[in-house]
Ligand binder design. Structure first.
Ligand SMILES: Nc1ncnc2c1ncn2[C@@H]1O[C@H](COP(=O)(O)OP(=O)(O)OP(=O)(O)O)[C@@H](O)[C@H]1O
Ligand SMILES: [Mg+2]
Length: 332
């Protein structure tokens, strides 16, 4: 289906950390002011069957995560898969007793090699509203960051393709260039690493997958986008058993170490489905930003997705793709 609007506008809806159905409903009601009557999430790109399947799966997850007994079993299952598979990866033997950051010194030591294959939306300068949206998003993020001493933010969404990567890239870029923050963008969507495959000229560079497997140290895998304060830790390649790698102690070390050296760490994350990845990641970051593709993701799916997340701060919802005309009406 062709999108109504090719541009990107973002509205940050304030949702409390433990947002329930009512708050999501309220957020959508206020979004209606932006979109106009009945145009919010009234259609879906999914077929009725796909939508039903997603709802059922989210319902199952929600039931699992909210029932203490089932939750315990689920956590044990995750742990056991992790330990069993980790043995296959041999991460422990690679690192036995050795700190993967042994040679890591300071941010200034990183290489300056990265360039983007295509300009970001915020770079094209065609529409100042776009940059303005990201500025507002950053300022909201900063409020949450300062209030709670947050530094690491995972950007996720209910399902695939809602604009996580675009949000992560454009937001990080605005933070680094306009607000002069030292930002690290980590690509943690290891099943679908589009930053590595579509956005960056990776060449022979290493990435997060190599760091997690113990084949490269962090310093050798972080690179700076030329002429900016924006650093990337791309995945480099896709892996099937992403949960195993993300659940490794190395991932927590990466994020903790990054916290020391950067003002902010933005983590381009997998969607909530499949749950394992985001449930692991959400424990490793300070806050979650949920991207909702406006007019595409049905609100019941968003509400279920939010309720499926572990008790972690969802600091806000980014509504991606609001209609141009309605946005203008709203802002002028
Ligand atoms: N507001 C928008 N208007 C038009 N196209 C958009 C908009 N937001 C995202 N897209 C397009 O939708 C596609 C998916 O966007 P993106 O890769 O950012 O989503 P994602 O949530 O990271 O997806 P995935 O789950 O596959 O990683 C891209 O082709 C992007 O250009
Ligand atoms: Mg993506």
């Amino acid at each position: 289906m062709k999108q109504k609007n090719e541009k990107n506008y973002y509205e940050f809806l304030e949702i409390t950390p433990a947002a329930g159905l009512e708050e999501i409903e309220a957020a959508y009601r206020s979004a209606k002011a932006v979109y106009g009557d009945d145009s919010v999430a009234v259609y879906s790109l999914y077929t009725a069957e796909e939508r039903q399947e997603m709802l059922t799966r989210l319902g199952d997850m929600h039931a699992t995560l909210t029932d203490p007994v089932k939750r315990k079993g689920y956590d044990e299952y995750l742990r056991s898969t992790g330990i069993a598979r980790r043995h296959d990866w041999d991460v422990h033997s690679v690192h036995s007793g050795k700190d993967i950051f042994e040679e890591y010194t300071e941010v200034g030591a990183f290489k300056d090699k990265l360039s983007l294959r295509q300009p970001l939306t915020v770079m094209d300068g065609q529409d100042p509203m776009v940059v303005e949206r990201y500025r507002i998003l950053y300022m909201k993020l900063e409020q949450a960051a300062l209030k709670n001493s947050y530094k690491t933010f995972a950007i996720t969404s209910s399902v695939k393709g809602e604009g996580k990567t675009m949000t992560a890239l454009n937001l990080s870029y605005v933070m680094a260039t306009e607000f002069k923050k030292k930002v690290l963008l980590v690509e943690s969507d290891l099943r679908n690493p589009t930053i590595s495959t579509s956005w960056l000229d990776m060449g022979r560079l290493h990435g997060l997958v190599d760091v997690l497997k113990g084949d490269s140290d962090l310093r050798n895998s972080i690179n700076r986008l030329e002429d900016t304060n924006l650093y990337f830790l791309p995945a480099r390649c896709s892996v099937k058993n992403s949960s195993v790698l993300l659940d490794s102690p190395n991932m927590r070390t990466v994020l903790n170490k990054a916290k020391e050296d950067f003002d902010y760490v933005i983590v381009d994350s997998p969607p909530i489905l499949p749950l394992a990845d985001i449930s692991i990641l959400s424990k490793a970051v300070d806050g979650l930003l949920l991207v909702v593709r406006a007019g595409v993701t049905p609100k019941d799916i968003v509400a279920k997705a939010v309720n499926s997340l572990p008790k972690q701060n969802i600091i806000g919802i980014v509504l991606n793709g609001a209609d141009d005309a309605h946005m203008k009406k709203y802002y002028y």
